[in-house]
Design a protein. Structure first.
Length: 223
């Protein structure tokens, strides 16, 4: 993930956003929850202060920011300090992985997705919640990015850009949910698809045969 100094310095301020905007948070949470498997072991990649981890019942969480992880740990979250581009887990160890508003901060999103695929079991799910750059909300964040202490180093993706990267890194079978349809601080419905909501969730699966999936996992970049 790129420069983490803002999250190290202002982790508490970042965390308080969720308290101050509980209806927006609940809307995002409901959209992500729609794709969380009822059973199986999961990992939250880029968990921050752990706001999504407990309500989604995700077993493990990783983030490079120690102050953010300290807050997450105080909530009872099982945390590991690590970056998304080099996950400290064995291959094929998780049934699903979650990334919520974190992929925009990854230093190398493609490598992070390759790593997510590696740690997923055959046909495991990857659930990504993100601000769609093509949406009204994405355009607002883009305009404010250079004056924001948190988002000045963020790279926002359109839904189609993210889908293209996911296909290139060995994922398929896509499903979509969307929520947050205007700037009002309110709880929004969760709808299928993308193109209207500012917050989009992509649910995808690790593809390939078991044999080809194993070969893909073995040959990691730089090896």
């Amino acid at each position: 993930m790129g420069e983490q100094l803002p999250f190290d310095q202002f982790a508490q301020e970042y965390d308080e956003w969720f308290t101050d905007h509980q209806l927006i948070f609940r809307s995002e949470l409901n959209a992500v929850r729609a794709f969380i498997p009822r059973t199986g072991k999961g990992v939250d990649i880029g968990s921050g202060t752990g706001r999504f981890v407990l309500p989604l019942h995700v077993a493990h969480a990783i983030d490079p920011s120690f102050p953010a992880l300290k807050i997450a740990k105080s909530r009872g979250v099982s945390v590991v300090s690590a970056v998304a581009e080099a996950l400290p887990f064995r291959s094929s160890g998780f049934d699903y992985a979650v990334m919520v508003t974190s992929i925009c901060f990854f230093y190398d999103a493609k490598q992070a997705l390759i790593e997510a695929r590696r740690v997923l079991k055959y046909s495991g799910n990857l659930i990504i919640g993100f601000i769609d750059r093509d949406s009204f909300l994405g355009k607002l964040y883009e305009r404010k990015r250079f004056t924001s202490r948190f988002y000045r180093h963020a790279h926002f993706y359109t839904a189609n850009e993210l889908i293209s990267i996911l296909r290139a890194t060995g994922f398929g079978y896509f499903e979509y949910k969307q929520t947050i349809f205007d700037l009002a601080d309110a709880e929004y419905p969760v709808l299928d698809g993308f193109g209207k909501g500012g917050f989009v969730v992509v649910n995808t699966r690790k593809t390939g045969t078991k044999k080809s999936a194993a070969l893909f996992d073995i040959h990691r970049p730089g090896q």
